[in-house]
Design a protein around this ligand. Structure first.
Ligand SMILES: NC(=O)c1ccc[n+]([C@@H]2O[C@H](COP(=O)([O-])OP(=O)(O)OC[C@H]3O[C@@H](n4cnc5c(N)ncnc54)[C@H](OP(=O)(O)O)[C@@H]3O)[C@@H](O)[C@H]2O)c1
Length: 223
């Protein structure tokens, strides 16, 4: 059985958006669920802090990483390298550091589920940081799935999902972006955090899934 009252799960990035929905879905399955992010005192760009966090937490079953939705947009020639590196430090290097630190503490039958994004495999000018970061993450997760076996390691790749990540946008522009994308997608909708949470639960609960990239994107990759 995947979940018992003793099951321990950690959602890094679980204070907002997709991670928050994953934490709620895990809570409904039973066991204990911890969430961590900068607002709880953990910055994933700080590898020393990540190691200390997992060492203090002890044995864990399921580790989910959804942190770091911010990445600079713009042409490769225009994006400041330090801005691109900062995004990598959070999402890519943060994911790697969490996998490294968590692996020592994950119990038999445990899992790591990371998060990429549909731009990993779409060629869209002006999005190279997201594309490069998510593609590197998907490739690294497959290596981790072999190196850390029998720990299962998977990636969920979201399409456009209405979360706090877009809270900084003007309301009218945000609504227009969501409506235009919904109309253009084969699924006829954009994602909700709950739609995405189902993918993480699938990766965690199915014992035959490892090294997988689970696309939950409304059909963005076949568009
Ligand atoms: N929403 C979409 O349309 C979409 C599409 C494709 C891919 N994705 C991916 O899905 C994941 C989740 O996105 P979301 O939309 O749910 O984002 P979100 O609502 O902005 O949530 C991001 C979470 O990451 C945490 N975080 C950010 N920087 C951190 C840091 N340095 N250290 C620790 N925690 C940090 C935030 O909490 P604090 O601020 O407290 O640190 C928050 O809990 C991201 O990897 C994103 O790239 C999202």
């Amino acid at each position: 059985m995947t979940f018992t009252s003793d099951t321990k799960s950690i959602v890094i990035g679980g204070t907002s958006g997709i991670g928050k929905a994953v934490a709620a879905a895990l809570q409904s399955r039973g066991g204990s669920v911890a969430v961590a992010s900068r607002s709880t005192g953990l910055d994933v760009a700080d590898e020393t802090a990540i190691i200390a966090y997992f060492d203090a937490y002890g044995p864990v079953d399921h580790v989910i990483f959804t942190a770091g939705s911010a990445a600079p947009g713009g042409a490769v020639t225009d994006v400041a390298s330090e801005d691109a590196k900062r995004a990598f430090d959070t999402k890519f290097w943060g994911s790697v550091a969490v996998a490294k630190a968590a692996a020592k503490h994950i119990r038999r039958g445990g899992t790591i589920t990371l998060t990429s994004g549909f731009l990993a495999r779409r060629t869209v000018p002006g999005t190279y940081v997201k594309t490069a970061m998510n593609a590197a993450l998907e490739a690294t997760a497959k290596i981790l799935a072999k190196e850390l076996a029998p720990i299962r390691v998977n990636v969920v790749s979201p399409g456009l999902t209405d979360t706090e990540a877009y809270a900084g946008m003007d309301t009218a522009a945000r609504t227009a972006m969501l409506q235009q994308t919904a109309a253009s997608l084969p699924a006829g909708k954009t994602g909700t955090p709950d739609d995405l949470a189902l993918g993480y639960l699938f990766a965690i609960e199915n014992p035959f899934v490892t090294g997988a990239v689970i696309d939950i994107d409304g059909g963005a990759l076949i568009n």
